[in-house]
Design a protein around this ligand. Sequence first.
Ligand SMILES: [Zn+2]
Length: 129
Amino acid sequence: MPKPVIKIDCPCGSGALYQDCCEPYHLSTGAPNAEKLMRSRYSAYALGLEDYLLNTWHPNTRPKHLNLANDRTKWLGLEVIRFEPNDDQAIVEFIASYKDNGKAERLHETSQFRRIAGRWYYVDGEFQD
Ligand SMILES: [Zn+2]
């Protein structure tokens, strides 16, 4: 019997179904560009996919582990406002909406991405006002 397909809207807020949006990246080793990687990492936070987040983190800045199981943040959506690819580097600026303890918050960050051997990695980010 084929396994049942659960159709959910992708947590990244693209408007597409998860299976047509970020899931293929979650099931492989990453995304074809930094903007898609950013979206898939956001979805991974929303879904608690710690391994995916660590695997797409640049080795120089990658934390030892995340503690998503104890994280009560409710991720509400992602808006990418700038995407500047430049060879093996890229900048993605985004606003992530979430709820923390029932309070709506916005995270505005400019993130750096780098491509190593054909794979994109998140390097680090800077918060914006
Ligand atoms: Zn998505």
